[in-house]
Design a protein around this ligand. Sequence first.
Ligand SMILES: NC(=O)c1ccc[n+]([C@@H]2O[C@H](COP(=O)([O-])OP(=O)(O)OC[C@H]3O[C@@H](n4cnc5c(N)ncnc54)[C@H](OP(=O)(O)O)[C@@H]3O)[C@@H](O)[C@H]2O)c1
Length: 122
Amino acid sequence: SSDLVPAVNQIELHPALQQRELRELHAAHSIATEAWSPLAQGAVLAEPAIADIAARHGRSPAQVVLRWHLQLGNVVIPKSVTPARIRENIDVFDFALSAEEMSALGGLDRGLRTGPDPDTLN
Ligand SMILES: NC(=O)c1ccc[n+]([C@@H]2O[C@H](COP(=O)([O-])OP(=O)(O)OC[C@H]3O[C@@H](n4cnc5c(N)ncnc54)[C@H](OP(=O)(O)O)[C@@H]3O)[C@@H](O)[C@H]2O)c1
């Protein structure tokens, strides 16, 4: 154990793995939450609820997911090798999700891990 509190904890985090308990712990200790695989490597982009919200805003599903992260206060760094997607992914600061939309996205947690579970990682 240590008295040193981390400044940031990077965890797998996206609408299909929302990590509520850990985010609350981070908030209580002023630890920034950084999402890895913030788009679930694309696995959440076909979710009908996300597509509906995207269509309502004239945005892409990826932009909706990134906006959800930002409104939760997460540090979010999506990865793309596609120039048009890189531009799209930074273009998320001129619209906002409503409380109803945030809560609809909040209902999409299904414990989906795209990477290793730290509790069982050898
Ligand atoms: N700490 C860790 O253990 C850990 C583990 C995994 C990742 N990470 C970090 O998290 C970063 C991102 O994670 P990740 O690459 O695993 O997953 P991600 O960012 O959730 O997803 C990347 C995938 O989504 C696609 N994509 C990106 N933007 C899109 C858009 N606007 N529309 C449609 N598809 C889009 C990309 O395709 P294209 O590239 O083909 O465009 C790529 O296949 C990594 O760069 C890494 O630094 C950390």
